[in-house]
Design a protein around this ligand. Structure first.
Ligand code: NAD
Ligand code: MG
Length: 387
């Protein structure tokens, strides 16, 4: 094969867990990828280090108080330095960018993702919150601009890989696997006692704090159900969650003849990241290989939605539709942040989400301004509930 030109990448959230692993993939494949943009919220030192190593065209430090630090440190480099939230929306539109990796966390991903799609950039989407908040709007925009949204989330990457070559074959069902998190098998009485430190210890994956808590409450799986609905155009009733504690089968697709395809591998985010970056190619790598003989039993069980209310609440929000998933997301972001600040109990997280879902006004076909307003009002409401 002749060498294709390098893909030029804008990496939003480069200092986070997905961001750093994306840079590992880029560093291992310099003939395929080049970094155009790096961005971070607060981590100036890490951003500076990355910029010196990867020599992007531009960097953004979102926290404006850190601007001078970054600017001075990169004064001798041919790198543009920007600060502030707005800058994220401009750098993704730069002429030289081919692919935008959304590795930033939370609602903050929404606006830059919209800007990137409007500029016709391919999206490698890790930031699932964007599709939870405004899946209808984002997927419609992607269709209009003929933009590919390539999943980075391991489950969605698995489904995407299972769908290769199946373009004309309808999906009967998606089976989304879940590890069950650190509290699998616990009762509500047990959960009333759990600590932040316990919640931050995921059995199979090392990730940012927010998604780690979401994994412990099963909200992560709820967000992923909504993400799958939009990425693959299926209805809520076609999505089944299956607890699989070993995290080897990353998800499955059942077709109309009853045949099921699965994607397997060791739990390592670098594989789905690399698949999204190199798509439709598969690149050779030396990641550790899965060995069936070392895993004599792969086990499966139904999720316990009585104990882990968040998963049921996410299905409810998806079925109600409109701005309800946006409410779910905003309430959860506030509740998780307050839990991490020791101001809310573990069980309090789903209580806040449930109350917000019952209290915010329903909007059936929200426009962007409605999502922005819903997010804002929900955050106010959630904070009132916690105080
Ligand atoms: P993280 O907390 O480790 O990193 C977040 C990154 O985003 C950092 O670079 C941070 O500087 C930046 N950031 C934080 N808040 C921001 C804001 N308000 N505006 C702009 N930038 C901001 O998070 P992570 O674990 O890497 O997760 C990133 C996204 O990927 C999340 O949406 C998560 O759900 C998704 N995801 C993560 C994993 C994983 O293994 N970590 C797996 C699947 C999906
Ligand atoms: Mg996942």
């Amino acid at each position: 094969m002749t060498s294709s030109p390098k893909k030029r990448i804008a990496l939003l959230g480069s200092t986070g867990s997905i961001g750093r692993q994306t840079l590992d993939v880029v560093a291992a494949n310099p003939e395929h990828f080049e970094v155009e943009v790096l961005t971070a919220q607060n981590s100036a030192e890490e951003l500076i280090r990355q910029a010196k190593q990867f020599k992007p065209n531009a960097v953004v430090i979102v926290n404006e108080e850190q601007y001078t630090t970054v600017k001075q440190a990169l004064a001798n480099e041919p790198i543009k330095v920007f600060a502030g939230e707005q800058a994220l929306g401009s750098v993704v539109q730069m002429e030289s960018v081919d692919l935008v990796v959304t590795a930033l966390v939370g609602y903050a991903g929404l606006k830059p993702t919209i800007k990137a799609i409007e500029a016709g950039k391919s999206i490698a989407l890790a930031n699932k919150e964007t599709l939870v908040v405004a899946g209808a709007l984002i997927t419609q925009l992607a269709r209009e601009h003929r933009v590919n949204i390539l999943p980075v989330d391991s489950e969605h990457s698995a489904i995407f890989q299972c769908l290769a070559g199946e373009i004309h074959n309808p999906i009967e069902k998606i089976i989304l696997t879940a590890s069950g998190g650190p509290f699998r098998g616990k009762t509500r009485a047990d959960l009333a006692q759990v600590t932040k430190a316990q919640a931050l210890k995921h059995p199979n994956w090392s990730m940012g704090a927010k998604i780690t808590i979401d994994s412990a409450t099963l909200m992560n799986k709820g967000l992923e159900v909504i993400e799958a609905r939009w990425l693959f155009g299926v209805q809520a009733a076609q999505i089944e969650v299956l607890v699989h504690p070993q995290s080897i089968i990353h998800s499955l697709v059942q077709f109309e003849d009853g045949s099921i395809k699965a994607q397997l591998g060791l739990p390592d985010m670098k594989l789905p990241i690399q698949y999204a970056l190199a798509y439709p190619q598969r690149l050779k790598n030396s990641f550790p290989r899965f060995d069936f003989a070392r895993y004599p039993s792969l086990t499966f069980e139904k999720p316990d939605t009585e104990t882990f209310r968040n998963l049921a609440l996410a299905f409810e929000a998806l079925e109600r539709g409109g701005n309800m998933p946006c409410v779910l997301n905003a309430a959860n972001e506030v509740a998780v942040a307050e839990f991490l600040n020791d101001r809310l109990s573990f069980l309090g997280i789903s209580e806040v989400v449930e109350q917000c879902l019952g209290k915010l006004d329903y909007i059936r076909e929200p426009a962007l301004e409605d999502y922005v307003e819903t997010d804002k009002m929900t955050r106010i409401r959630a904070k009132e509930l916690i105080r």
